[in-house]
Design a protein around this ligand. Structure first.
Ligand code: HEM
Ligand SMILES: *[C@@H]1O[C@H](CO)[C@@H](O)[C@H](O)[C@H]1NC(C)=O
Length: 383
């Protein structure tokens, strides 16, 4: 029996976990997460300490070569329906199809990797990873594409559409748009030189979107460190997740309008952000004048804008983070964010492992499971 085989092979990988039938997938005998590694710190092998905050996953993702038990936003549950093997029988070629489209798109335009990584983030922070971000305006939908953080900013929809079209051909009505976003985020990271990870799948697509949620849950680039921590906590994500996932800014660009305040009027006193390194600041002023130029773009990691590496954290140490929200991870001087920035700047392997772990955690935020939601046939529209 298919589900039995999956359970058995998983038992080999993580033998010490106990399995319980999943509530979300009664016919899919498969559930983990919950109490695993719930307490205590030091949850990555490499020494990133986790203080406070009930935490699922523990050492599982690190040692088993696998993934973290889910449970973000599902504390105490103990059942979880996402599984890396979800499409093993229904669409075994799903990831290959995603990767072949990504390879072409990213070869043509390296920035596309960044845009797709960001799409998954902006999806997950608004009513969970449910592809709500992909829904267009309609009689019943106020599209998230028009929110402050998204408008004139998020991109990559044509690539998602091409992936969806190929998947509908190969495995009709099987692979959700939400999973396509998660697979594309991982594939984009890998193709940019970053880490790979085992990705739990089985998210279903929402029939609703939340424009207001998109406006309130996605952090602004002038957020304080307290702001950033609070918005990540709201998603069940920790300070470690915040710092590691901010490392996504190792690729891609930002528009002048998102960092202009820092250059000319950081604190309402017509002075620049004092934490900006001087020569970097002078260069940015050319790229982003006091008036106009709002859509001019600058790399988030100017040293290696297309390469997924830990340069982003080194730049922050040098006062060369582009967004205020990047620099405050260091200068906000709250909790262990300073130490985390330093550790990731020193040890790329540590950053990669934590980024992978935190991407799984972000991808586990409130997925629709079982009979909730649907598998859209067109990612722009509810069925
Ligand atoms: C911590 C809070 C965060 C803030 C305040 C923030 C803010 C921003 C802003 C303002 C931009 C530029 C948008 C534009 O100019 O149109 C941007 C770009 C980007 N963000 Fe973030 N972001 C955050 C977290 C993340 C996370 C968690 C990820 C992914 C793991 C991510 C991935 C990206 C990528 C890859 C880009 C470049 C996109 C492109 O070039 O198309 N960001 N972010
Ligand atoms: C951040 O930017 C917004 C929009 O420009 C502005 O209304 C707000 O006052 C700024 N917040 C801070 C803390 O500077």
């Amino acid at each position: 029996m298919a589900s039995l085989k999956i359970v058995c092979s998983l038992m080999v990988i993580i033998g010490s976990l106990s399995f319980t039938p999943s509530r979300a997938f009664p016919g899919f005998n498969f559930g983990w997460g919950g109490g695993v590694g719930q307490t205590g710190g030091g949850y990555t092998g490499g020494g990133v300490g986790q203080t406070g905050g009930g935490y699922n996953g523990g050492g599982v993702g690190q040692t088993g070569g696998g993934y973290n038990g889910g449970g973000v936003g599902q504390t105490g549950g103990g059942y979880y329906g996402l599984s890396p093997a979800f499409y093993q029988y229904s669409c075994p070629q799903a990831n290959d199809i995603v990767m072949s489209v990504l390879e072409k798109a990213i070869a043509k335009e390296p920035r596309m990797a960044a845009s797709l990584l960001r799409l998954h983030f902006h999806d997950c922070f608004v009513q969970g990873c449910d592809a709500s971000i992909l829904l267009d305006d309609s009689a019943t939908i106020a599209s998230e594409k028009n929110s402050g953080p998204n408008k004139n900013s998020i991109r990559g929809f044509e690539v998602i559409d091409e992936i969806k079209a190929r998947l509908e051909e190969a495995c009709p009505q099987t692979v959700s748009c939400a999973d396509i976003l998660a697979l594309s985020a991982r594939g984009s990271t890998v193709l940019s030189g970053g880490p790979d990870w085992e990705l739990p799948l089985g998210r279903r697509d929402s029939k609703t979107a939340s424009l207001s949620g998109s406006n309130t849950n996605i952090p602004a680039p002038n957020s304080t460190i307290q702001n950033l921590i609070a918005l990540f906590n709201r998603q069940g994500l920790s300070v470690v997740d915040l710092v590691a996932l901010s490392g996504g800014h190792t690729i891609g660009v930002a528009r002048c309008t998102t960092f202009k305040q820092r250059l000319y009027n950081q604190n309402g006193n017509n002075l620049p952000d004092a934490t900006l390194e001087r020569t970097y600041y002078n260069g940015l002023k050319t790229a982003c004048p006091r008036t106009g130029g709002d859509n001019n773009i600058s790399p988030l990691d100017f040293a290696s804008p297309d390469k997924f590496d830990n340069t982003y954290f080194k730049l922050i140490l040098w006062g060369k983070g582009l967004l205020s929200s990047d620099e405050v991870l260091l200068t906000g001087n709250v909790g262990n964010t300073v130490q985390l920035v330093k550790s990731f700047a020193q040890d790329e392997g540590l950053f990669f492992r934590q980024f992978a772990t935190s991407m799984v955690r972000m991808g586990n935020v409130s997925p629709l499971l079982g009979f909730n939601g649907e598998i859209r046939t067109n990612c722009h529209l509810v069925n």
